[in-house]
Design a binder for this molecule. Structure first.
Ligand code: ADP
Ligand code: ZN
Ligand code: ZN
Length: 762
């Protein structure tokens, strides 16, 4: 008899430990990582086994736990999904981010493929996963086919045999052609004329672009790449969980460094995980990895169907795929002998999970490589301030610099266009005169331009020029977004709509300015501006890229044209690699800067550097124009001169003075619900509890501000409050707050979430 530790698949904060169950000896298939059915609270529940041990007796010979007091596992429901390391990681996540254990274990289970417990009237029933492996039945000619002569009237027989003479076919394909064929096939199989074989089908395999499998040769490395690879290689040799930051401008050849580090890992029999931000996970990106490692590459991202993701997951588990390229959740795939994790664009906000467990991918990856004696490589042209700081102050973290582009081209010159001055001198268009002139020059020369419209923050609103009134959503208290089509004001978060009023409802003035316009409006103005010129305009935003493959199609359209302008939101700032882009324009650099958040400066700086990297990648010189109403802002000036030192000096001293990361650790406690009074009451209750904790446990160095409405105070009819907590970097916030939140009884209508190391405080 064995003793099993089981995490119940019941997502409550209070179930923060594993439960012990007996595993009878007849459960021979039971392993760590299996889903099991166990009795819990008078019913059956699903759980996952995270540890198995033989019963151990103490000195007196009696078992430490009385088996009579334990219940037994009723049934083993699956093969093992994960191993002991994964179970340890789930526990680490649960502790570090104060998240329900079940939500952490779930990260390690196959996509869409776990058994569930469902209520059927009065009892509970196990529901098998709907997603799993699928087989195709393949039909081919058998040994007896050569001598077989179908009867004169056996039309189907003859048809099928003729069809198979061209090669094997799926049974489903034959059925489409010949209708009901099972009886015919049965006869043919019994005579040895055809054979049927079940074979696993990989879903989604047919949609790879044609470029996917063309093997690419290894280029000779530049001196910079070589020294970066040397540093990574030594870390791989030492195998003690080190972190290497590859700090390299766009086009400096970071990807080639990753590829060769992966090659080394594979050579040592290790597996590798490569994380890329969801929006950069394009077919081109995947092709670069497939081009080097072929079928050993698995891909995981949210745009894939569950079936496709399941197949990739299974391919990794079976050991066939040894390199995984994916979005943040790919960190938890069942890859054996993990030796290398790479996080490209490590500064990206999308590496923070925004529901429980609210983990920071970089920090989890660092923990994982420490556990597994593996190596973590972080890459970025604009590393996060936290990472830069750690490279200076934390043992085992190092930074290597790739200051030059592979092709030796200088980074393009960045010019700031002061929009306030433009406006003051009577020029009212959202395209400054400088930008207009540059656009004309680019398209007239048959070249390409990229225009970025920053849409994070309070963009695209209507403003009364007389009294400053801004129409807001009645249920979200967010500025409404103006949509050209139908002249509607739309709430970006809940979908509320109204027609744009003719006059200001506050003061009656007719001068309602459409401020920080959306892509549609910019597109309309751009069309008017380029009227009579031969230039293709491609718009890329959330609206034009919803369909599967749309992103790719738009890029191809842009790439295929001669003179063209690509207009888009943040999603164009990355990965875009066209040789004939000579101009990059940032239409509104300041909307992000105005966001009331501690990372606003950093994000603005990063955005400008990232987007500038899209210009002048090849022979043609590039030019970058940054339009802003705040031409004097430190982040913008520093970005324009590629002066990260200057930016960091200013930003770090601000962060130190105000108490923000990397000088403190933050926790953001979110409280939300439909009833504002209740939300406020719960929030204040929690605040009082935290104050007490600080007084009793944490000490003077902790700072907690009161419970206040969030910047986004109301979203989708939901009121949001938060409590921001600051602690010294070396303190473990989760350890202090954990017990409080695990003890809390869930409120009927008010939700609470703890966000440790939050990405923003909005
Ligand atoms: P990054 O990831 O830093 O933006 P990439 O890895 O995309 O840079 O490299 C930019 C371009 O340079 C790519 O087209 C890549 O194929 C090419 N490249 C990279 N390394 C080399 C090299 N050593 N020799 C020649 N070309 C290279
Ligand atoms: Zn007004
Ligand atoms: Zn709304």
């Amino acid at each position: 008899m064995r003793l099993a530790s089981v995490i119940l698949d019941i997502p409550t904060q209070s179930l923060d430990t594993a439960y012990s169950y007996l595993a009878d000896d007849d459960l021979v298939d039971l392993e760590v990582g299996c889903a099991v059915a166990v009795p819990f609270g008078g019913r059956l529940a699903i759980g996952y086994v995270i540890a198995l041990a033989e019963f151990v007796a103490d000195e007196e010979g009696t078992p430490r736990i009385d088996p009579a007091k334990l219940k037994s596992i009723q049934q083993v429901l699956s093969h093992s999904y994960f191993d002991e390391d994964a179970a340890a990681c789930a526990q680490f996540l649960s502790e570090s981010y104060i998240a329900p254990l079940s939500s952490c274990v779930r990260l390690f289970t196959p996509p869409g493929g776990v058994p569930r417990m469902v209520r059927r009237g009065n009892w509970w029933q196990i529901e098998e996963p709907t997603i799993g492996p699928v087989d195709d039945r393949w039909v081919s000619l058998g040994q007896a086919a050569a001598d077989f002569v179908p009867k004169q009237n056996a039309v189907k027989q003859r048809g099928i045999i003729e069809a198979l003479q061209g090669g094997e076919l799926r049974l489903a394909e034959l059925a489409v052609e010949f209708g009901s064929i099972s009886a015919v096939l049965k006869t043919l199989v019994s005579q040895g004329v055809v054979e049927i074989e079940r074979r696993r089908r990989m879903r989604g395999g047919g949609e790879e672009p044609a470029v996917a499998f063309s093997p690419t040769a290894k280029p000779a490395l530049t001196a910079g790449q070589k020294s970066a690879l040397d540093v990574i290689s030594s870390a791989q040799e030492r195998a003690c969980g080190e972190v290497v930051l590859v700090d390299g401008v766009t086009g400096s050849g970071k990807t080639e460094v990753y590829l060769q580090a992966i090659e080394k890992a594979l050579g040592k029999g290790q597996g590798a995980i490569v994380l890329v931000p969801e929006i950069s996970l394009t077919p081109q990106t995947v092709a670069r990895f497939r081009g080097r490692f072929g079928d050993a590459v698995a891909v995981m991202h949210s745009r894939m169907s569950q079936g496709e993701r399941y197949d990739q997951w299974d391919c990794i588990r079976s050991g066939k795929a040894r390199v995984v390229v994916g979005a943040r959740s790919a960190l938890f795939v069942p890859i054996s002998s993990l030796g290398l994790i790479i996080i490209d664009e490590e500064h990206e906000g999308s590496y923070k999970q925004d529901s429980a467990p609210r983990y920071v991918s970089r920090d989890v990856a660092a923990w994982m490589v420490a556990q597994k004696q593996a190596t973590l490589v972080l890459g970025s042209a604009t590393p996060s301030i936290e990472t830069l700081y750690r490279c200076e102050h934390v043992k085992g973290w190092q930074r290597v610099v790739l200051p030059d582009r592979v092709n030796g081209r200088a980074m393009p010159h960045i010019e700031i266009v002061d929009m306030a001055r433009e406006f003051g001198s009577g020029h009212r268009s959202m395209f400054s005169r400088t930008l207009t002139k540059a656009l004309f020059e680019a398209v007239d020369a048959g070249r390409k331009a990229v225009l970025l419209l920053n849409q994070r923050g309070f963009a695209r609103f209507v403003l009364c020029r007389n009294c400053g009134y801004v129409p807001q959503c009645p249920s979200c208290s967010l500025s409404l977004t103006y949509h050209e089509r139908g002249g509607m004001l739309v709430c970006h978060h809940c979908g509320y709509k109204e027609v744009l009023m003719a006059q200001c409802p506050e003061c009656g003035s007719p001068y309602l300015k459409k401020f920080g316009a959306g892509t549609q409006r910019v597109e309309a103005e751009l069309v008017a501006l380029l009227e009579g010129r031969d230039a293709k305009i491609v718009r890329m935003d959330a609206d034009t890229t919803t369909a599967k493959g749309a992103h790719q199609k738009l890029l191809e359209e842009f790439g295929g044209a001669s003179a063209a302008v690509l207009l888009g939101t943040q999603m164009i700032a990355k990965g875009l690699d066209f040789d004939d882009v000579v101009l990059v324009g940032v239409i509104n650099a300041d909307t992000m800067l105005r966001l009331p958040d501690f990372r606003s400066n950093e994000r603005t700086f990063n955005l400008i550097e990232q987007v500038a990297g899209r210009a002048g990648r090849a022979e043609l010189a590039g030019r970058v124009l940054v339009q802003t109403y705040e031409a004097d802002a430190g982040a913008i000036r520093a970005a324009a001169s590629y002066n990260r030192e200057a930016f960091l000096t200013e930003e770090l001293s601000k962060r130190q003075a105000l108490g923000y990361p990397p000088f403190v650790r933050l926790a953001n406690i979110l409280i939300w619900g439909k009833n504002e009074e209740e939300v406020k009451e719960v929030a204040e209750g929690i605040f009082a509890d935290i104050e007490k904790l600080i007084f009793d446990v944490a000490g003077q160095k902790w700072v907690c501000f009161g419970a206040v409405p969030c910047v986004l105070a109301k979203l989708r009819e939901t009121y949001r409050y938060h409590i921001v907590l600051k602690a010294p970097v070396e303190d473990d916030i989760a350890a202090v707050l954990g017990p409080l939140f695990r003890r809390r009884k869930a409120h009927k209508t008010v939700n609470v979430a703890v966000d440790i190391d939050p990405d923003d405080l909005l």
